[in-house]
Design a binder for this molecule. Structure first.
Ligand code: TMP
Length: 234
């Protein structure tokens, strides 16, 4: 299926139309941003790694009963996906304290939770993706009660699946962000990407960071960390 005109360009990806109105192509760029676009850079090869990792994880999740937008892997930087309307929420699950959780609540990074946390932000760059709760989401008609229930159920299930999947590869899944979309039939499916841009991954033995925190915190060896994650999944 061929790329037609550009439908949407985000910070890390572009979405192109195809001949089929229900199918689009998601292309992964090497552009990296952090802190709501304040910090900008390029991570060479990131797009390829994130596309390959996302395709692999979406395929795996589909076999475990999670519907996703993925139709198929096309090539290094492109995946064929169902055209969805993105639910304007960033859904975050955490197993270990890090990032904004540590900062907001004063909990030391690395503190392991007895059970995972669940939160969501209103996906709106102009507002800096503010944290909201279920009642805010309903009031703003971001999603229906039923959709929120489905999203929460999928998010916790995805966490259980991914935690096991990564630990087998000597990687601790610290936290991650998910996005969901509505298909043309109104079904809620997992969308966007799951990659070192959207997850925190720590090596099980050394606790070395293998994700975008290397870019956010200027830790060096950024490309190496992304490549290492792809290697562990291959
Ligand atoms: P946080 O600790 O900064 O809130 O991030 C939690 C998780 O969500 C972490 O794995 C990184 C991911 N994330 C995104 O994918 N996109 C974002 O814009 C932010 C802020 C976090």
């Amino acid at each position: 299926m061929e790329k037609r005109e550009l439908l949407y360009e985000g910070k890390a990806k572009r979405v192109f139309l195809t001949d089929d109105p229900n199918i689009v192509i998601q292309e992964f760029k090497d552009d990296a941003t952090a802190f709501n676009g304040e910090k900008k850079g390029t991570i060479i090869g990131k797009g390829v790694v994130n596309n390959k990792i996302s395709c692999k994880l979406f395929e795996m999740l589909e076999t475990k009963g999670i519907p996703t937008h993925l139709i198929k892997f096309i090539d290094d930087r492109n995946m064929l996906i169902k055209k969805v309307e993105i639910v304007k929420l960033e859904v975050i699950i955490r197993n270990i304290a890090a990032g904004s959780f540590s900062k907001r609540y004063g909990v030391e990074e690395g503190t392991v939770f007895d059970s995972p946390t669940f939160e969501f932000s209103y996906k709106e760059d102009a507002l800096g993706d503010p944290l909201i709760n279920k009642y805010h989401a309903l009031a703003m008609k971001i999603a229906t009660k039923e959709e929120l229930k489905t999203i929460k159920k999928y998010a916790f299930k995805i966490n259980e699946i991914l935690k096991d999947y990564f630990i087998e590869r000597n990687v601790i899944l610290v936290d991650f962000k998910l996005e969901f979309g509505r298909t043309n039939t109104g079904e809620i499916v997992l969308a966007d990407e799951i990659s070192p841009d959207t997850c925190r991954f720590w090596d099980k033995d050394t606790k070395e960071k293998l994700d975008k925190d290397r870019f956010r915190k200027n830790l060096g060896n950024i490309e190496e960390a992304y490549t290492e994650m792809l290697k562990r999944l291959s």
